[in-house]
Design a protein around this ligand. Sequence first.
Ligand SMILES: NC(=O)c1ccc[n+]([C@@H]2O[C@H](COP(=O)([O-])OP(=O)(O)OC[C@H]3O[C@@H](n4cnc5c(N)ncnc54)[C@H](OP(=O)(O)O)[C@@H]3O)[C@@H](O)[C@H]2O)c1
Length: 227
Amino acid sequence: MPTILLTGANRGLGLQFAGQYAADGWRVIATCRDPANAADLKAVAGQVEVHVLDVTDFKAIEALAVELIGTPIDILLNNAGIIGPDNHNFGDIDYDGWADTFRVNAMAPMKMVECFIDHVAASERKMIVSISSKLGSMVENTDGGHYIYRSSKAALNAVHMSLANDLADRGIASVVFHPGWARTSMGGPRAPVDPGESVTAIRSIVDNLGIEDSGRFVNYDGQPIDW
Ligand SMILES: NC(=O)c1ccc[n+]([C@@H]2O[C@H](COP(=O)([O-])OP(=O)(O)OC[C@H]3O[C@@H](n4cnc5c(N)ncnc54)[C@H](OP(=O)(O)O)[C@@H]3O)[C@@H](O)[C@H]2O)c1
């Protein structure tokens, strides 16, 4: 039975990933900040284990990795993310909020990889996936703004490209996805993409990824995105 470990599994895209992988027969190690208030996640049928994890708590990431020693993890999925503070416009930047956003969106995924690399290396699929955003692309940035979120996702993308280089000789693939503008709390009610459809599409792409795909930035519809 393949195993996935994911962050931010209690709502939005993360909840969809947990539900869909569980329905597909995977062992799902689902993490979230507040399991006591994660009723939807706890209601997911299948082999789902819920662990408390705030990804900004690096000691907690280390402790979870120790707790899971001996558990091969086929897919490490960094899904948790935040849009960042309201004050993100030129001339009105919340710098402390920027640092907090960086910690969640870019540093925590790196810490997850550092802590769980042996679990991933011991698995069959050996896949590290992060949910990034098109807003992190330099090429796609034709309208400016979004300094905080954009730069945090661009940093995540840079992390993944280095991982692709550094982990190739261990046979571990590193891929980032744009999930589309999806109707979650982050995407809002006007977003055109159904979160379940986004996750179904990403899962079918991930199913067919191999080490040769490492270092790719992929849209949920399978199209490559320029860095
Ligand atoms: N929706 C979109 O249109 C869109 C587009 C591009 C990229 N993305 C990316 O997709 C990913 C999922 O977003 P979403 O749309 O599902 O957003 P969402 O509905 O707002 O969910 C965000 C998830 O991240 C978790 N999270 C936030 N800070 C955390 C922390 N410090 N520790 C652990 N978990 C934390 C949240 O947990 P709590 O419930 O505890 O807050 C929640 O589970 C994010 O990385 C986002 O940047 C989304």
